[in-house]
Write a protein that binds this ligand. Structure first.
Ligand code: CA
Length: 510
């Protein structure tokens, strides 16, 4: 089956996206009966009907902007030909007016996981070492190298060591608004399901974020651990050698406990899957994200938790999401998170248009509205059951909106505080991975999967060329996720790719 010249996703659309990697040439037919007027590269927009200056440009059945000049049917509509519309008014949204009914449950799907005493379930068995401040990070990395080389080989049931290092912990107004976000995030990371619910803590001694702040920070819902976690305070040690040996001794003790864990059959409902996109292109919204959305529906039907995030990428599609919230209260919380982020950006002199990257634009995304409409396809079609604020842990089942920035590594860090598995869609491509949870990478174009066969786990580009459909790729992804949750390695894990943690800190640095 040959690829169509220009792909339209909704019958109301007056543009199509060029599918073929080599682009299209003048004279080729376009949906709607016109012929291509300009040689147009892959991912770019072709008008499928004449559009007058000032008329709406429609994709996904939604207005993504207005034409800044007249374009004939078959003409190439470039980024600079489309205006950026005002974002939806947060005071005039429909709340819980179109709540989707429950879809039939999916029974009998399981994965081999590690149940924890706190009720969570791990998909990996890792030793976690939390740092309270950036100052100790290189010392911890030094110790981790020694643990990996000299101690870990004796503990065959443990998958690895994760250093929870970050840029936070000192030189900040620790009690000022905003600091609670990274504190909560780091506290949840220290109790992660994939490190058995507890970690060693390495502290410097004089830092602002003392270990006690991680015990049960306000708004975290965490209670104090019993027994308390081992804390190693570097300023109490006599020299670097003693610091390293005390970290290694504590690590060995914890590894003995972790080594006794075994995978057992767990219901798919124990999965907490974070969805994210990065390096998006014009195909993300028609291939990878809808296929992830289909898989998200399957996961929800199986009783799992599915998180979607990235405030600046849902802001322009919020009018499609608040009607889907399960209750008026959930919809109101959704709006509160949008409002908080609008204010955060305004305070820093930015707005949501700052989100799109040069790569997004090269990939055919004209503006943040088009990017957002494609991005929210990841959320599938089920009701939005709950909203989690910045740095809060997701506890509800079903589809949840967890408010995070859209930055890949910041969103990933914040989602990681809750999730035991990550699905990441990409168009331009990124080798992104995390140390503490497997990352399943999904390409929006087959050309990317062919260019990076040793980094992309699932190719959703086959949907654009007609070789597969959203449903079949969605099912494939659902089954693959269960396998990965049970221990199958992703490409990022195969290569040991682990991006640094970047907790979001909207507060003051001193
Ligand atoms: Ca992102």
């Amino acid at each position: 089956m040959s690829a169509p010249t220009a792909l339209r996703v909704h019958p109301d659309d007056n543009i199509g996206i060029v599918v073929r990697p080599e682009g299209v040439k003048p004279g080729e037919p376009v949906a709607g009966g016109a012929a291509v007027l300009d040689a147009t590269p892959q991912g770019q927009k072709i008008a499928t009907a004449g559009i007058e200056a000032g008329e709406p440009v429609i994709r996904y059945g939604q207005v993504i902007g207005r034409a800044l000049r007249q374009v004939q049917a078959g003409g190439w509509l470039r980024e600079q030909d489309i205006s950026l519309p005002e974002p939806p008014d947060l005071d005039r949204l429909e709340l819980a007016t179109r709540v989707p009914p429950d879809q039939p449950p999916l029974e009998g799907f399981t994965f081999e996981g590690y149940p924890n005493s706190d009720g969570s379930t791990g998909t990996r068995n890792l030793l976690g070492i939390t740092t309270t401040v950036q100052c100790v990070a290189p010392t911890v990395e030094f110790a981790v190298q020694r643990i990996r080389n000299e101690i870990l080989p004796r503990f065959r049931n443990v998958d690895g060591v994760a250093a929870i290092t970050h840029n936070f912990g000192c030189g900040v107004a620790i009690d000022a608004p905003g600091a609670e976000v990274p504190i909560r995030t780091i506290a949840h990371l220290s109790r992660h399901a994939n490190i058995g619910g507890r970690s060693l803590i390495v502290s410097l001694g004089c830092e602002k974020m003392q270990p006690a702040r991680l015990e049960s920070p306000p708004g975290s819902g965490l209670s104090v651990l019993d027994p308390a976690p081992d804390v190693i305070r570097l300023q109490d040690r006599l020299g670097f050698g003693a610091m390293i040996s005390s970290i290694c001794e504590a690590a060995e003790k914890r590894l003995e406990e972790l080594d006794r864990r075994r995978r057992t059959q767990c219901p798919a409902s124990e999965l907490i899957v974070g969805l994210q996109c990065g390096g998006s292109d014009a195909f993300s919204g028609v291939t990878a994200n809808p296929a992830v959305g289909f898989a998200a529906d399957l996961l929800v039907r199986a009783g799992a938790t599915v998180m979607f995030s990235e405030v600046t990428e849902v802001r322009d599609a919020v009018h499609l999401l608040t009607p889907r919230c399960a209750t008026v209260e959930v919809a109101q919380r959704f709006i509160d998170e949008m409002r908080w982020y609008d204010a955060y950006l305004a305070r820093l002199g930015a707005d949501r248009s700052a989100n799109t990257t040069p790569g997004n634009k090269r990939g055919g995304l004209a503006n943040i509205v088009e990017k957002a409409l494609g991005s929210v396809a990841k959320s599938g079609t089920t009701a939005i059951r709950a909203v989690a604020g910045q740095g809060e842990k997701v506890t509800a089942k079903g589809l949840v909106f967890a408010a995070t920035p859209a930055s890949d590594f910041v969103c990933g860090t914040q989602q990681l505080a809750s999730m035991n598995l990550h699905i990441f869609t990409t168009g331009e491509g990124t080798p992104y991975g995390l140390a503490m949870a497997p990352v399943v990478k999904v390409s929006s174009r087959t050309a990317l999967a062919e260019k990076w066969p040793d980094l992309i786990d699932v190719d959703a580009g086959r949907i654009a060329t007609g070789q597969a459909d959203i449903e079949s790729v969605g099912w494939e992804m659902f089954r693959f996720v269960l396998e990965v949750a049970g221990g199958r390695k992703t490409w990022a894990e195969h290569w040991g790719l682990a991006n640094g943690l970047a907790p979001f800190h909207p507060g003051a640095v001193t």
